[in-house]
Design a protein around this ligand. Sequence first.
Ligand code: ADP
Ligand code: MG
Length: 908
Amino acid sequence: MAGDHGGQKESWHTLDAAAVMEKLATSPQGLTADERRRRLAEYGKNEIKEEKKVSPLVVFLRQFRSILIGILIAAALVSVFLGEIVDTIAIMLIVILNAAVGFANEWQAEKAIDALKKMLGLSATVLVNGSQVEVDSKDIVPGDVLVLEMGKKVPADAYVIHSATLQADESALTGESVPVEKAVCSLEEETPLSGKRNMVFMGTTIVNGRGRAVVTATGMNTEFGEIAGLTESIKDEETPLSRRLNVLGRQISIISVLVAVLIVVAGLLQNRELQEMFMTAVSLAVAVIPEGLPAVVTLTLAIGIRHMYNKKCLIRHLSASETLGTVSIICTDKTGTLTKNEMTLKEIYTPGHFTDVGGAGYEPEGDFTRDGQVIDPTADEGIRAFLRAGLFCNHAVLEEMDEEWKILGMPTEGALVVAAHKAWIPEYTLDIQNIKKEFSFDSSRKRMTTILDAGGNNHAYSKGAPEVISGLSSFYLKDGEILPMDDAARNEFLEVYESMAKKGLRVLAVAEKELGNELPETAEEGEKDLVFLGFAGIIDPPREEVKEALRTCDSAGIGVIMITGDSALTAKAVADSVGLESDGVLGAADIDELSDEELADRLWKTRILARVTAEHKLRIVGILSEAGAVVAMTGDGINDAPALKKADVGIAMGIKGTDVAKEASDIILVDDNFDSIVEGIHEGRREYDNIQKFTRYLLSSNIGEIIAIAGGLLMNLPLVLLPIQILWINLVTDGVAALAIGAEPAESDIMKHRPREIDRPVLDRKAMLMITVIGAWIGLLTLFVFIRSYEADIDEARTMAFTGIIIFELINVLNFRSFRWNLTNIGILSNPFIVAALVASVIIQVAVIYIPWFQVFLSTVPMPAMDWIILAALGLPLLFAGELYKYIVRKKGEKIKPGRERGYLSSS
Ligand code: ADP
Ligand code: MG
């Protein structure tokens, strides 16, 4: 990186703000768009270079780690000693082919994960020519002015030029977990990193307040860049499924070695030739191990990540896509998830008066009416004070872009900004430098306060949950007079609040206080003896698609619990409007009162939890997990991180979520939409189903090969299939078919049965029986076609067996598209990949038999056309039997358990 601004040796902390600005050639208004572009070209992207990038060579070499390769290489060496150079070459070709196929799959998967890492980028807000703009964190340049607020990740190292109780959690950098309060000041040269109160650093997070800072260093020049490698990125960790498959694979390998040894010994006792026995043993080892399986699983999961993203679920951990398919309870937020999070202030209550606010969306146009009469809001002191407090206790910015009005920030806050602009009063322009303090909103405080300096006269503005704000108020403003708050007044206000909440309005109380020259240090001091100004009644329309999604959850045996910080009444009204059934609402106090067992019981019927804090969320995840549920939990706030981590699937909101929540999550919900969670579960179930289908398919194929070879041995025949032929089947034809099964569309009733138990083995007894029967059938057929002609010509017989087993397998693919539905139900052509795989495999096999180069490689000879037809005719009954079996089983009424039957908690 070029330039001298970016060097980390610079002592920025010793300078004052003006000097920093000058050195970086910028201003408090930020840079211009052109200048930003120029600097980006000069300094490069603001990113941490990853230490190690997986090289193709590493991925290739990784393919040689398997037991199979060990066996094969040993076999190749033994053949050298036996003087069988042709065998040595054949075996080495197998090794290379195996590695090549494994490499191709893994490289694909690696690339898919890389692409995902790119999508994970965070955004940051900067000033461009004085206006706030959201940009990709990677495009930050030195000289940019960052707009920082609670919940944001600091994208680069920067010098603080404004701090309203700006506090950063710097534990990622310094290990110190107590937040550091930032200030505008100059410091001593030798101040240690942890003491640099006038700087914020890349990789740390803002946990309170707001402020602005000028970027001094980006990318590898940041403090964080120096300790690079600590970046949290997606890990390509093993998923529970791949772990189970690996165990299965290891067991199979061990069995294969034992069987091979046994066969060689038995053969030698029969006085057969050592060399022939040896090749047979190698064949068997290759036949037993499903070489294609790990690669196909990895690739299917990687492709699945792309699918999930299309459904608006951004997977941060590979295992999450798998767990998602097993979710049995979704704990969901209300705001943004069940509702649209498009907040419009509809009603203002100021003591003694209801005022309706007209207009739609974020456009700042609309009348204020009282009892049907249009009024001038600027002429009413109560409304003026109310709107001013709402505007000044706020982070949201309203702006017009391309004729469309947009809110940058929280929609709840945006609603207040829009309302203030509808009654525009010029003196309401806010100079950010006048904000002296901020006690930020979080889900346990349920309020927020800013303190402004209006020319030596400090003023506190607060907003928050009605019962909280009214509890902190000692006065109220009525018709221009400040009156002491007595019980009668407080009760009257709370009654008004209830009536508003019952209508489904989100209600926010607003208050203020004159402080004179006093500047409170703590929230307790700043938020006492407030003057209550009134309530904002905000509508947030429900999402239309949620009703249907809830019905799907119901039939899929997935419990849904609404967990909201909002009031019980609003929560109930919203639940009713989206059709979430519940017998009542549990408030924070109820939850605290109940023991874990009682709460677990209640949660079965009461599915609305209101005024909940992050601590409650954590407790609820624990209780539900304890009861055996697989819990998906949504979250957005900085306090939600522990609950998100603890849940089986932590889901952060893509739009309204803080960076902190996103980093703690397994999945980021791109559009915040509840429906997308359900879509994600649907996709997760489909993926798992398909992995199960092709795993069984591949294993049945292996059993077929084993039976053919072992059968030949028992009947004292020559080797039925050569090792290279078996490997070819396992890797090429079966591999292609398995991938196609992986693309199978979801079965129509996939969301009409309960979630599968997470620790159920990939193969249960019934499945074992099924694949054994099918495998035996295929193996015996193969043996049969071999026996027909081996005496005349061994190569011809092997070609028949080789082609035969492939044809039988290809027909068998159709059996594995569904375990329960007939082809007529799922549609013969509904999976084009299957059609393509079948056609391609036949073409390849024709090539293998008739093209001389392949003939040498795979020891094949040309086969008369009639033989193809015979093989197909022999194979078809396999399909008929499968179809008949499924039909009978379904008619016999072996029903899968519908979701509703057992509920979602094992205790119920
Ligand atoms: P939810 O996201 O479930 O609606 P929150 O935890 O975001 O709930 O909010 C809980 C309550 O805190 C809201 O009902 C509201 O009264 C209050 N609140 C929400 N946002 C703000 C804010 N930005 N400033 C002050 N109070 C807020
Ligand atoms: Mg919220």
